[in-house]
Design a protein around this ligand. Structure first.
Ligand code: CP
Length: 306
């Protein structure tokens, strides 16, 4: 059922594969509610988390997912590896392989690095975010969270707000929700709307009030200031004025709409605290669901013949 040795992006997955991961994650969510949360499928396997960009949620979540599956886990970051001494990514990856790792979970500022490692190594490579390209496990945990509330994805209206140009979360979620039959709207300043996304069958809005109307799901994104090489809007205050998610704006969506954010949040920039902590917010559930989803990904990839 699951044939690829790696998880590089949502773009490469079929609808059946996506549902298979989500069903497997649902089983692990049950496991995580037991008194004893540890299960043995990855006993004897080693997972290396190789993070060349900061992360709280994804790194901890992969570490915990691997430990819950009884794997050994090694965490390497730019500052703690020999990359600071000038070692290349290729040599670092080959070293990890030579030490007997079975999985590499990679986050990198450059798009395509997981694909490069996938060709280089005959072990499983998992993309934990590559530049502005993709963040597949984030989209999978977002699908899982929406399904838990809405029971289906098809025909839902998903409003994704923010910095689409620099967001790997936006790309992975656009692929994920459109593949499963949702209507995706993106709401963003015209300066943060990349041309290639327009061909993906989505609706594009530059006005929050229009884009949020009757949405089932509101997903607002962090402004990726570290990836913005020039000014795409006059000021953060103006951005919040035009695109900030406020209580008043949430009321434009359906009454039972859920509010999502992949984190980390910039409160007062893309989202008001009252909304982030409000009754429609499922932001912390996204984090919780990420653990089950990442357990499912590791478990399914472990079963693929390399
Ligand atoms: N959503 C997400 O990728 O968060 P981190 O950067 O904290 O991993």
């Amino acid at each position: 059922m699951f044939k690829a040795k790696d998880l590089l992006g949502i773009k490469e997955l079929t609808t059946d594969e996506i549902y298979y991961i989500l069903e497997t994650a649902s089983g692990f969510k049950d496991v995580l509610q037991r008194d004893i949360k540890k299960v043995p499928p990855l006993r004897g396997k080693t997972v290396v988390n190789l993070f060349f960009e900061p992360s709280t949620r994804t790194r901890i979540s992969f570490e915990l997912a691997a430990k819950r599956l009884s794997a050994d886990v090694i965490n390497l970051s730019t500052t703690t590896s020999s990359v600071v001494k000038g070692e290349t990514l290729k040599d670092t990856a080959l070293t990890i392989k030579a030490l007997g790792a079975d999985f590499v979970v990679i986050r990198h500022s450059s798009a395509g690095v997981p694909h490069f490692l996938s060709r280089l190594l005959n072990i499983s490579v998992i993309n934990a975010g590559d530049g502005a390209n993709e963040h597949p496990t984030q989209a999978l945990l977002d699908l899982f969270t929406v399904l838990s509330y809405k029971k289906k994805i098809k025909d839902l209206t998903i409003a994704i707000i923010g910095d689409i140009t620099h967001s790997r979360v936006a790309r992975s979620n656009i692929y994920a929700f459109t593949k499963l039959g949702a209507q995706v709207r993106v709401i963003c300043p015209p300066t943060l709307m990349p041309a290639e996304v327009k061909s993906l069958g989505i609706e594009i809005y530059s006005n929050m009030e229009e884009g949020l109307k009757k949405a089932d799901v509101i997903m607002t994104l962090r402004l990726q200031l570290e990836r913005q090489s020039k000014a795409f809007f006059p000021s953060l205050e103006e951005y919040f004025y035009l695109y900030g998610l406020t209580t008043e704006r949430v009321k434009l969506a359906k009454d039972n709409a859920i509010v999502m954010h992949p984190g980390p949040m910039n409160r007062g920039v893309e989202i008001e605290s009252e909304v982030a902590d409000g009754p429609q917010s499922v932001i912390l559930e996204q984090v919780t669901n990420g653990l089950a989803v990442r357990m499912a990904v590791l478990y399914l990839l472990a079963g693929v013949k390399k």
